[in-house]
Write a new protein. Sequence first.
Length: 67
Amino acid sequence: MKKLICKLFGHTLIEEYYVVRCGKKHFQVAHEVRCLRCGETIKFEMTEPMRRSTLLQEGWFIEEEKQ
């Protein structure tokens, strides 16, 4: 039903930016555009691997997840 509503009226988009660890000292910024209604991913991009210091200089706040 939600997919039908999206086909008729268009997607309700939400943009998410987050940082993904790749390796021990490098991170990548992920940019994802998804539909809030049906959950379909419209666009997904990742930057080149960067060091933590570069991300902090650009204003990113990195928090370690405790499992």
